[in-house]
Design a protein around this ligand. Structure first.
Ligand SMILES: Cc1cc2nc3c(=O)[nH]c(=O)nc-3n(C[C@H](O)[C@H](O)[C@H](O)COP(=O)(O)O)c2cc1C
Length: 209
């Protein structure tokens, strides 16, 4: 197969991907185009031994709203005081809650366990590589959304709280073996984020020749 994109085009798409918190409940592309994007991404993102452990739930409309109402109720329990809560509420209302939809990422524990059964000596590595696979998929979806003008961020409420995980499962009916790895709220961009500082590449990359 010949290359139809250059690395410059790929990097332009990668540059467009940012953590965008200020989003609104609209989309420049149709629901079916978002669905196609997610379906393409899950086939394109590589996994260790082609184990295909990642799963996705694509959530629109009232269900998206209910997911974030549920996450708020769980997260609110951890707030230290009313002032903090008010500031968080503003952030959530202008961000996660006001999104157009959410992509919920999971790892399928059953598929992972089947692979581990085939290669028990690689249990630790396969478990870590499964997480790597989910991260690669998250980045693929995030970048593809950005390329279509949709802002998104990566959140982890069900992963870090069992009560948030249970609350999520009350809204979206996914198999018990699907373990949530992240939620990505998305929507049309209200405000682009500021640049973030980056370490000099000389500290990050060593070249040997
Ligand atoms: C593995 C991983 C976990 C992250 N978890 C969160 C999170 O829980 N909440 C959040 O707001 N951002 C989260 N982020 C976003 C990072 O903070 C963000 O990508 C980073 O600061 C660089 O900014 P950028 O996305 O605008 O390029 C996460 C990113 C990665 C790669």
């Amino acid at each position: 197969m010949t290359n139809s994109v250059s690395s410059a085009q790929l990097f332009a798409a990668l540059r467009a991907r940012r953590s965008v918190y200020a989003i609104k409940p609209s989309s420049p592309i149709s629901d079916s185009a978002i669905r196609e994007l997610v379906e393409a991404a899950i086939h394109l993102a590589p996994t260790a031994y082609n184990s295909q452990t990642p799963r996705i739930a694509l959530v629109f409309g009232d269900k998206h709203k209910r997911v974030w109402d549920a996450m708020w109720i769980e997260n609110q329990k951890t707030f230290p005081d009313a002032e903090f809560e008010a500031a968080q509420r503003k952030k959530w209302e202008n961000g996660f809650m006001s999104g157009y939809g959410s992509i919920v990422f999971f790892d399928d524990r059953k598929t992972l366990e089947e692979f581990i059964a085939k290669m028990p000596h690689r249990k630790v590595e396969l478990t870590a590589w499964s997480k790597n696979g989910t991260g690669i998929l998250q980045h693929t979806v995030w970048t593809a959304l950005a390329a279509e003008g949709l802002g998104a961020s990566l959140q982890h409420f069900p992963q870090i709280s069992t009560t948030a995980d249970a609350a999520l499962r009350k809204v979206i009916d996914v198999p018990e073996e699907w373990e949530c790895t992240a939620i990505m709220p998305f929507g049309e961009i209200v405000q682009h984020p500021a640049e973030k500082p980056k370490l000099p590449v000389s500290e990050l990359v060593k070249v040997f020749d």
